[in-house]
Design a protein around this ligand. Structure first.
Ligand code: SAM
Length: 295
């Protein structure tokens, strides 16, 4: 039996603690212990974190650490750590530093020769990827896309031929425009996954083509509500541009039956502009497989 009471905090350490992204039961034992025992909690919105802690029966000193005051706060946090305090940093939900404040603070604390200890837990990016049913051997996390269509489409063009999925955070009031842009950039057939309200009552995964997703979102305004993540699947594999087109292959196969290989390759090369050498090699392969078939 794991006993979270065994979790001892080390003085002068900054604990970066992930909190639930919807379901309050998704708190880890270590996160619970750290929040219960630390000297103070740095929170993005102290009201949001105050309610979260109240739900766990924890009462703690809360200090605001947001994007706009992260740099100055880092200096004060370093002093508190040097005094030996145990400090927890959380964001409103999920993992701090992931499209949330935290990276600058962590950098400053390391720089000061102090320790940053991550307590892992929920994050929308990993939660969405884990159930999307896409290839996850490699994927790109793109954070929030630019809010304006022109810049957003430009960013999307980077992934036109991506052989990996790209996962983006998106605001619900922009999801319609965002998917409209995805159709404009990738066409209707590119596969997308819209993951909404993860770990919450109305959790939804829509796994379909860009064109169909756009229709669904337009017809059902509920799909434009709540928190959402959009995954752009890898581009379908491109046909091998080196491959000789089917029509040229067919002509070549007929000619090699009627004349020497070199001459057949020469005629097809003249008509198609394809390299004579490539056609000659292909003709030899055709002859060889015809002989193999006969034997
Ligand atoms: N740090 C957080 C994390 O680790 O996931 C992300 C914070 S970012 C400011 C908030 C964005 O994360 C939302 O706009 C949404 O795109 C995504 N997100 C957070 N919670 C979510 C949920 N329950 N379902 C779907 N997306 C969520």
């Amino acid at each position: 039996m794991i006993d979270s009471a065994q979790e001892t905090l080390v003085n002068g350490t900054l604990y970066v603690v992930a909190t639930p992204i919807g379901n309050l039961a998704d708190i880890t034992l270590r996160a619970f212990a750290a929040l219960s025992r630390c000297d103070l909690v740095l929170a993005e919105d102290t009201r949001v974190t105050g309610s979260l802690l109240a739900a766990y029966g924890i009462s703690k000193k809360l200090v605001s650490l947001r994007e706009h005051n992260e740099r100055e706060m880092a200096e004060r946090v370093i002093v508190w750590l040097q005094e030996g305090q145990c400090i927890v940093q959380v964001s409103d939900a999920g993992t701090p530093g992931i499209s949330d404040p935290g990276a600058r603070l962590a950098a400053a604390v390391w720089q000061a020769g102090l320790k940053v200890c991550p307590l892992p837990g929920p994050s929308a990016v990993v939660t969405a990827m884990s159930a999307a049913g896409l290839e996850t051997g490699q994927f790109q996390f793109a954070g929030f896309l630019p809010p304006k269509s022109g810049a957003r489409k430009k960013r999307m063009e980077n992934w036109l031929h991506a052989d990996y999925a790209v996962i983006c955070y998106e605001a619900p009031h922009r999801i319609l425009d965002c998917v409209t842009d995805a159709v404009a950039v990738y066409g209707s057939e590119r596969r997308l996954v819209l993951a909404r309200e993860l770990t919450k009552t109305f959790e939804t995964f829509i796994r379909t083509t860009a064109g169909e997703l756009l229709d669904i979102i337009k017809q059902d305004s509920n799909q434009q509500r709540g928190e959402c993540v959009l995954i752009i699947d890898a581009a379908p594999p491109q046909p091998d541009s080196d491959e000789v087109p089917a029509a040229a292959q067919q002509l070549l196969s007929q000619l090699v039956e009627a004349m020497p290989t070199k001459q057949a390759a020469g005629i097809v090369a003249e008509f198609t502009g394809i390299s004579r050498k490539k056609l000659y090699d292909l003709a030899l392969e055709m002859k060889k497989s015809a002989i193999d078939d006969e034997n």
